[in-house]
Design a protein around this ligand. Structure first.
Ligand code: SAM
Length: 276
């Protein structure tokens, strides 16, 4: 039985490949690559000549059977994506699941991953974080994800294409208000930069932004609602959101959510107090 190696490749700088990854690429019988032309450039740079087979999002399911067959025949295979770690917003999951099912050994060969490198230099909390990848384009799924982000008390990491970034920041503005944002751009490349600021500052700064981008959001420090709001009076709780720029309707909605009560109940309490 052969083995499947999940090999991380550079996310920009070609020097970011480990000695072990190079040795594995030299040793295997076959390399399954997201884009064979792209991987060929890397292999040429490393002076490695190996048979390549395409394994991408659109043929992932079809290719799995063929690759499993080859592994069962005893061939060793390396799986690589265009950049970084396979399986992280890249193909990989299907073949890995199938190998586990067939008791074929899957071996990680660690290396570059954009989200980890963005996180470690972001200055945001690295103890707990949520990696979301690309926000869904489907309206409902996107809304659900945005709500998840709103509530999260962990650092959030997103991938985004430069031409969609402004739109994504505008959507995020609705839910994250004044939480800090970091854009990690072109990591390991010549124009690498970390742009930090509030969402409004960044919306104004990113006209014509180019290159590859990881978007990070500071954790929500006013989360963990059950306990955090218990000590506040309704008025104090209201003011907390008022100071953050929410309007009356939004605040009522948030108060109801935080206190786990019906919106009308909140309205009623304010009406009784004649403050509304
Ligand atoms: N598998 C890759 C990894 O390990 O990070 C991610 C692949 S995903 C298809 C591509 C996205 O990753 C880009 O749109 C961008 O958000 C992010 N990315 C990849 N390389 C990057 C880099 N050098 N700098 C910033 N972001 C990068």
């Amino acid at each position: 039985m052969g083995e499947l190696y999940i090999v991380a490749t550079p996310i920009g700088n070609l020097e970011d490949i480990t000695l072990r990854a190079i040795n594995i690429l030299k040793k295997v019988d076959l390399i399954a690559a997201e884009d064979t032309r792209h991987t060929l450039k890397l292999l040429n740079h490393l002076e490695i000549s190996k048979p390549l087979i395409s394994y991408h999002r659109h043929n992932e399911e079809l290719r799995v059977d063929l690759l499993i067959e080859k592994l069962e025949e005893g061939q060793n295979i390396a799986l690589v994506s265009d950049a970084g770690t396979p399986g992280i917003c890249d193909p990989g999951q299907e073949i890995i699941k199938k190998c586990i099912e067939k008791e074929i050994k899957v071996i990680p060969i660690p290396g570059a991953c954009a989200m980890i490198n963005a996180l470690i230099c972001s200055g945001l909390d690295t103890n707990e974080f949520t990696f979301i990848g690309f926000l869904p384009l489907n309206k409902k799924l996107r809304k659900n994800k945005l709500e998840e982000i709103e509530k999260s008390n962990k650092t959030i990491i997103l991938y985004e294409a430069p031409h969609k970034l402004k739109n994504t920041l505008k959507d995020l503005k609705e839910v994250i208000k004044d939480r800090k944002i970091v854009l990690a751009r072109e990591i390991t490349k010549i124009h690498e930069e970390f742009i930090r600021g509030s969402i409004d500052e960044l919306i104004n700064k990113i006209d014509n932004i180019k290159g590859e981008i990881v978007l990070l959001i500071e954790k929500n420090t006013i989360s963990n609602k059950e306990n955090k709001f218990d000590h506040l009076t309704l008025e104090e709780h209201y003011k907390l959101y008022e100071d953050k720029g929410y309007n009356k309707k939004e605040i009522i909605k948030k108060l109801a959510k935080d206190r786990n009560v019906n919106k009308n109940e909140i309205y009623q309490k304010f009406i009784n107090k004649k403050e509304f």
